[in-house]
Design a protein around this ligand. Structure first.
Ligand code: 5GP
Ligand code: MN
Length: 336
């Protein structure tokens, strides 16, 4: 953050404020970890801060300190609207455009509060008085640490906040293995462990709380995995029926796409997941190296994200989505 932005933030936080903190729709570990850590920090400074998530978050995050107080917009809509209407300040975390909040966008767009964005996605929209955007960052959780550091307040990071921040850095870096993991990321992690983040337990909560039906669904996904060697591409499909047959719960398919990328020689992996209630096919895209799935998702799937991890959607049927996907690939032959 530059010194002007730090000054603006300090001035805004000088007096006690009603603050709302918003993660993106379908919040992941980084979105929930960063919002909950910032929420606890702001409350400890005498503000009244609340996290309002657009919709539900996965079961494997339902141990994060403070998660019980999160307001879910699409479940308790009126309460969320009142909070947003009465807020002086709104932090938006882990997304670059208000449309990433789904139906909550229309409420945020008419809010009178000032906005502060903290985010590491490409092409940030221009709606905030302070836009702390850095695409080189491993995670928004790492940025929240730097944000608190810029306010010279890291001494306020307690074990709960440290656990939340550790969680998001761990999940967004694929457990510290993606190229976005830097020496500074590890320095932050060291400080979070020193502040009380219980790394082994956090890992267990996130990765070792699978249900039997989720592992069976993974089996189906792996059976459905297809390889297109000439494009160094692998894709997985999951139909609504396959999800229903395995008691699908939010978050169950998280990480499945990475299995495609674990194949030797594959640099582009994608999973197509049918969502009958929303009438869409939701996809997660991953790549290794220079091939930008951010651009691919923006061009073809009304989506976006990072160079090596992005998401998007299609309004076609699952079958037609796959046919269309395969027909697009020749255009990318020289990049794949
Ligand atoms: P995931 O595939 O894990 O849901 O998301 C990968 C990355 O892409 C995350 O950074 C996420 O925020 C972003 N992302 C996922 N879905 C969408 C989408 O529909 N639109 C945009 N712009 N970004 C997305
Ligand atoms: Mn993130």
């Amino acid at each position: 953050m530059n010194s002007n932005d730090i000054k603006t933030v300090k001035t805004l936080l000088e007096t006690s404020k009603s603050i709302v903190i918003v993660p993106h729709k379908n919040p992941d570990g980084d979105a929930m970890g960063s919002t909950l850590a910032l929420c606890k920090y702001l409350n400890s400074k005498g503000h009244t801060a609340t996290v309002i998530a657009p919709n539900e978050y996965p079961h494997f995050l339902k141990w994060l300190p403070g998660h019980e107080d999160v307001i879910i917009y699409n479940a308790t809509t009126q309460k969320a609207i009142e909070k947003i209407e009465n807020a002086d300040l709104i932090f938006t975390l882990d997304f670059n455009h208000l449309s990433r909040t789904g139906d909550l966008e229309k409420v945020l767009a008419t809010a009178t509060a000032e906005f502060i964005m903290i985010d590491h996605h490409q092409q940030p929209a221009d709606y905030a008085v302070v836009t702390y955007s850095d695409t080189r960052m491993s995670s928004t959780c790492e940025m929240v640490y730097h944000f608190i550091d810029a306010l010279q307040e890291t001494a306020h990071i307690d074990a709960d906040m440290a656990s939340c921040l550790y969680t998001g850095i761990m999940t967004d870096t694929g457990s510290f293995r993606f190229p976005s993991t830097t020496a500074v990321t590890h320095e932050v992690i060291a400080k979070l462990i020193a502040a009380g983040a219980d790394n082994a337990n956090i890992h267990r909560h996130i990765y070792d709380t699978n249900s039997y039906t989720k592992l069976q669904l993974l089996g189906v996904a792996l059976k459905n995995l297809k390889i297109l060697p000439e494009y160094k591409t692998a894709y997985i499909t999951l139909s609504q029926k396959e999800l229903d047959d395995h008691n699908f719960q939010k978050g169950d398919t998280e990480g499945f796409v990475n299995y495609g990328l674990s194949l030797e020689g594959i640099i582009f992996a994608i999973i197509f997941i049918e969502n009958k209630s929303e009438g869409i096919i939701k996809m997660s895209l991953r790549s290794i190296g220079d091939f930008s799935v951010n651009e691919f998702a923006r061009t073809h799937y009304e989506g976006g994200g990072h160079t090596n991890a992005a998401g998007g959607k299609s309004d076609l049927s699952l079958e037609d989505t796959i046919t269309q996907f395969i027909s697009i690939l020749p255009r990318y032959k020289d990049k794949l």
